[in-house]
Design a protein around this ligand. Structure first.
Ligand code: MRU
Length: 344
C-alpha cells in the first residue's frame, strides 16, 4: 500500500508523499508545522478530498504538539490553526468535516495538560486515517458488484490510494473489481490542467498491474462511440443533499457523454463527502486556481504568456446524470436526494 501520510515521532514531523513529484520521483517530505501542511495542501503536494481532510487532522495535532504559549492563549491559537487550514481549498467538504471532528476532541480534552491533549489529537488523526482505509475497502467491495465481467471502465483525475489514506474510492471499486476478474481495461483521462490522471492514476494502477490506457480528456466521446467504455466511475469532492456532485473539472462532460451513450455513471465517495447542509450543487464553492496551471505544462509555456485564463478546479455534475453513489453506507440510486436523506 502506498503510504500517503504519517506521523514520525522521532522527527517530530508529519511525513507526506509529495504528489507533485510523481511519477518521476517518490519523495517523502517532512512537515514540521501546521503552516507547512496548510501550504502543502494549497500546492497539491497532498490532494484528493479524503486525504485533504486527514492532512488537516494531522496538522491540528501538530499545531498542539508544537504549542509553547500560555494555557490562556491555546484556544485562540487552535482556532487560528483551524481557520488557516479551512482556507486552503474550498471545494472538498472533507476538510471542514475533519476540522469539526478534531474540534470535538479538542473541546472534550482541552483541560488535560497540553502534551496529553496533543496525544489525544494525534490519536484521533490516526484513527481517521485507519477508518478511511476501512471505508474505502467497503466502498470497493460494494461498488464492484455494479460492474459486469470484462468491463472497460473510464475514470478522471485520481480518486485512488494517493487521494485517500489507501485503496481509494473510484480506484477502490476498480481494484476490487479487478480482484474478481471484472476489469478488462481502465481508461484514464489525463485530467488537464494538473494531470492527476496522467501522473497519478496511471502510475498507481501500473504499480498494481491493473491494465490502464491513458487518453487525453477530449478522447472520451470517441472511445464511447466505439463501444469501448462499459461504465464511468469517478470520485467526489462534495455531494449536495440533492445528489449534485462536485468533482474534478471535466467530470460533468463525462457524465453528459455517458448519458448520451446510455452508459452507467457512478460516483464513489465516503459519507464525509456528503454535505446535507447544501440543497443543490449551485451552492458548492468552486475553487479557482492559478492561471499559470493552464498556461504552462511542465514549467513551459504552451500559449501566449499574457493570455487571460479561466481555471476552475472542479465542476458540478447534476444528480440526474448520476446512476448511483457508492458510499460505505450502501449504494444510493435515483432519486439521489431521497436516497441520501434516507441514508443520512
Ligand atoms: O484537485 P484535486 O487533485 O484534489 O482533485 C481531486 C478530485 O477531484 C478527486 O476526484 C476527489 O477529491 C475524490 S478523491 C477520492
Amino acid at each position: 500500500m502506498i503510504r500517503t501520510i504519517y506521523f514520525d515521532v522521532h522527527a517530530g514531523a508529519v511525513i507526506i508523499l509529495n504528489q507533485n513529484r510523481l511519477p518521476a520521483q517518490m519523495e517523502y517530505e517532512k512537515m514540521f508545522s501546521h503552516q507547512d501542511l496548510a501550504q502543502a495542501i494549497k500546492l497539491l503536494k497532498v490532494r484528493g478530498a479524503p486525504l485533504i481532510g486527514v492532512t488537516a487532522a494531522f496538522a491540528l495535532a501538530l499545531a498542539v504538539i508544537n504549542y509553547t504559549g500560555s494555557r490562556d492563549m491555546l484556544k485562540e491559537y487552535y482556532r487560528e490553526a483551524e481557520q488557516l487550514l479551512a482556507s486552503t481549498r474550498p471545494t472538498a467538504v472533507n476538510l471542514c468535516w475533519a476540522i469539526k471532528r478534531m474540534r470535538i476532541v479538542f473541546d472534550a480534552m482541552q483541560y488535560l495538560d497540553i502534551r496529553s491533549l496533543a496525544e489525544e489529537l494525534l490519536h484521533e488523526a490516526e484513527n481517521m486515517f485507519d477508518e478511511d482505509v476501512a471505508i474505502n475497502n467497503i466502498i470497493g467491495e460494494q461498488g464492484q458488484v455494479l460492474l459486469e465481467p470484462d468491463t472497460e471502465v473510464l475514470t478522471i483525475c485520481n480518486a485512488g490510494s494517493l487521494a485517500t489514506c489507501g485503496y481509494g474510492t473510484a480506484l477502490g471499486v476498480i481494484r476490487s473489481a479487478h480482484k474478481v476478474g471484472k476489469i478488462n481495461q481502465v481508461w484514464a483521462c489525463e485530467t488537464r490542467p494538473v494531470l492527476q490522471g496522467a501522473r497519478l492514476t496511471v502510475w498507481e494502477l501500473m504499480q498494481d498491474k491493473i491494465p490502464v490506457t491513458l487518453i487525453t480528456d477530449s478522447m472520451a466521446a470517441h472511445l464511447m462511440s466505439l463501444g469501448r467504455v462499459g461504465a464511468v466511475i469517478v470520485g467526489a469532492d462534495r455531494i449536495a443533499a440533492s445528489g449534485d456532485t462536485a468533482n474534478k473539472i471535466g467530470t460533468y462532460s463525462l457524465a453528459v457523454l455517458a448519458h448520451y451513450h446510455g452508459l452507467p455513471f457512478y460516483v464513489a465517495a465516503p459519507w464525509s463527502t456528503v454535505d446535507m447542509s447544501l440543497l443543490s450543487g449551485s451552492e458548492i464553492p468552486i475553487e479557482e486556481r492559478n492561471q499559470e496551471e493552464v498556461r504552462q505544462v511542465g514549467g513551459n509555456y504552451i500559449t501566449v504568456p499574457e493570455v487571460k485564463v479561466f481555471n476552475p478546479a472542479f465542476d458540478v455534475t447534476p444528480a440526474a446524470l448520476i446512476s448511483g453513489i457508492i458510499t460505505e453506507k450502501g449504494i444510493i440510486r435515483a432519486p439521489l436526494g431521497e436516497g441520501l436523506r434516507r441514508q443520512g
